[in-house]
Write a protein that binds this ligand. Structure first.
Ligand code: IPE
Ligand code: IPE
Ligand code: MG
Length: 254
């Protein structure tokens, strides 16, 4: 029997979560621990980032199998621009490598890819790559894959405020109509519902400026697994745990 098909393997977990209840429509992931994964093997940090690509493939395929509709991955934060230049360079090269390698399969799988963040900070060749993957997957209707790159949530909220102020100044929006929906409509994530489940790998218990507005009622799941070791089985475990949670949204349980 294959590892996936063994008791407690990925296939069994997938069966269980299908029977168990609602699958989260939107899963967000802070992919953390690449550096520590490499360090643990006495390898340079870029090799940890490279190994993390396999985990990206795992979660995309896991989401397709489980019926998750939106997957939002935190790949590079605005604060990550403070890292050493060679690490930034290797991450940007990896982005281009990922796109070149995966674009055809993602399109065939019905995945539509969007990049969320300040993409004008990317190099011209990285920008060409992200434009390519967004263009070539734009017909995908099975899974929305959002890659947050050069993304910071406070900057995203400030940008929304600026866009709203411009609409007000142009007479297109009445200040009385600036409500929660108006703000949500001006965030990068406007087309999608808020995440139901947030996963952070590597044991860190913080948001690191990720989706501060959108995670208001998400269930948090922190796992000690380092990102390059994360497989679809870990995703299914997180979804099973999510299905056991009592989401009250401020009300009392029934
Ligand atoms: C996550 O892994 C990837 C990025 C933030 C780009 P890290 O590079 O943060 O890995 P650790 O936290 O140092 O182990
Ligand atoms: C958050 O991880 C950003 C990404 C996963 C892309 P970091 O490793 O940069 O976060 P901190 O510095 O530990 O908070
Ligand atoms: Mg980290």
């Amino acid at each position: 029997m294959s590892e996936a098909g063994a008791p407690g393997g990925a296939d069994e977990l997938l069966q269980r979560l299908r029977l168990h209840g609602a699958v989260p429509a939107h899963v967000a992931v802070i992919m953390d621990g690449n550096g520590r994964w490499a360090q643990g093997r006495s390898l340079p940090r870029p090799l940890g980032h490279h190994a993390g690509m396999t985990a990206v493939r795992e979660v995309v395929e896991g989401c397709l199998a489980a019926g998750v509709e939106v997957l939002t991955l935190f790949a590079f934060s605005q604060e990550n621009w403070r890292r050493p230049v060679d690490e930034i360079e290797s991450l940007m090269n990896l982005l281009e490598e990922y796109i070149a390698k995966e674009v055809d399969e993602l399109r065939q799988q019905g995945v539509v890819v969007r990049i969320l963040g300040e993409t004008d900070r990317l190099s011209p060749s990285a920008r060409r790559a992200v434009d390519r993957i967004m263009g070539e997957t734009s017909d995908g209707a099975v899974l929305s894959l959002n890659l947050c790159i050069s993304y910071g949530s406070r900057a995203e909220i400030a940008r929304a405020a600026r866009l709203i102020a411009e609409d007000v100044a142009a007479g297109k929006l009445d200040p009385a109509d600036v409500d929660e929906d108006a703000i949500a409509r001006h965030l990068y994530t406007a087309p999608w519902p808020d995440p139901d489940l947030l996963i952070r790998t590597s044991g860190e218990q913080r948001l690191s400026n990720f989706l501060l507005w959108q995670l208001a009622y998400a269930e948090f799941y922190v796992t000690p697994v380092l990102w390059p070791d994360f497989t679809r089985r870990h995703l299914f475990e997180a979804i099973l745990e999510f299905q056991r949670r009592d989401r009250r949204f401020g009300r009392v349980s029934v």
